[in-house]
Design a protein around this ligand. Structure first.
Ligand code: GZL
Length: 325
């Protein structure tokens, strides 16, 4: 009898270790001695901003003593939904995610709510009308970012007597930053009727697609005066296309971008970009503070904004040496 019991115990142990092995590490949601377990679903690794955002979340989770179960969705909503369902099955304490697009989340967020797991939206928003599906949204005001880009252009072109043709590289179709940065910019440039968006297309927030889409603009649009890119990475890809076409970025075609990651700020300091609106990826500290509060059942602000600014060429030169990302 004793031998049988020992054999059963060994079999059970082997099964658990095999499960955690195929899960690629510790799949258990239980943190060590009361540690909070946070399940985080990230959009992907599409841009310098995203890389900096992921690094900051991982660093700040460690600093806060929070056990992070991290999932990279590679830009696919279905992967985020699968990851959130996995976090629910694991029984994590809190779920946070940056929704790749705004719609299609109600069902899985209701599953998290029914499981009693609080959800924090970070970076990007969802269009769910049921705001009880998440505790708070931590991130930038993308409409304001678009407006600041447009306001700068209105001032820059105040003395223009003829048309100012703008091409726009939009972020991922259906994402909150793409929708709102387009909205804010369009509202701002309405102040100067000379400024017109003559072509708009997604570059999916990546350098590669920013370059190929800009190549298409350069072939199809006769006189391009300005490029408005929803992030630095697409702007940097577009610079490659503009230079390959024998034009000077920042001079022949003025360029406005959003994010202010190091590579973008370097191009700005060199005069290849004319103006950058900052969108901070450093959400980790605020996120971990919110995780602890919602885990403790505390009431939190339903909207937590991030601090950010704007940069001209001179300001970029001054800021570059101390940039964290
Ligand atoms: C904005 C973030 C955007 C960045 C891009 O908060 O969601 O996604 O502007 C990133 O660089 O890909």
């Amino acid at each position: 009898m004793r031998v049988k019991m020992i054999a059963a115990a060994v079999t059970g142990l082997l099964a658990v270790s095999a499960l955690s092995a195929c899960g690629g590490g510790d799949d258990s949601a239980s943190g060590d001695d009361g540690q909070i377990v946070l399940g985080f679903s990230q959009v992907g690794a599409e841009s310098g901003w995203r890389t900096a955002n992921t690094k900051d979340i991982q660093e700040q989770a460690a600093a806060a003593g929070i056990k992070l179960q991290f999932s990279d969705a590679q830009g696919k909503q279905e992967n985020q939904i699968t990851a959130i369902r996995s976090f629910i099955t694991q029984g994590v304490d809190v779920i946070a995610f940056s929704p790749v697009v705004t719609s299609g989340w109600d069902a899985v967020l209701k599953e998290a709510k029914d499981a009693g797991i609080p959800v924090i939206l970070t970076d990007r928003a969802v269009d769910s009308t049921d705001t009880t599906l998440y505790k708070t949204f931590l991130g930038s005001d993308f409409v304001k970012e678009g407006k600041e880009a447009g306001d700068w252009l209105v001032k820059e072109e105040a003395s223009a007597t003829g048309p100012v043709n703008v091409v726009e590289l939009q972020g991922t179709t259906g994402s909150a930053p793409a929708i709102d940065r387009q909205k804010g910019f369009a509202e701002a440039i309405a102040a100067n009727p000379n400024i017109k968006i003559v072509k708009s297309q997604t570059g999916n927030f990546t350098r590669a697609e920013g370059k190929t889409t800009m190549e298409g603009f350069l072939q199809s649009v006769k006189d391009i005066d300005v490029l408005y890119a929803h992030n630095d990475d697409m702007g940097l890809g577009a610079i490659e296309a503009i230079e390959a076409a024998g034009k000077k970025p920042g001079t022949d075609i003025k360029i406005i971008t959003v994010d202010a990651v190091k590579d973008g700020m370097t191009a700005l300091s060199e005069g290849k970009i004319n103006y950058i609106v900052e969108c901070s990826p450093l959400l980790g500290t605020q996120l971990m503070d919110l995780v602890k509060k919602v885990h403790a059942g505390e009431t939190v602000e339903t909207r937590v904004l991030t601090e950010e600014t704007t940069f001209t060429q001179e300001q970029a030169k001054e800021a570059l040496p101390n940039r964290k990302y």
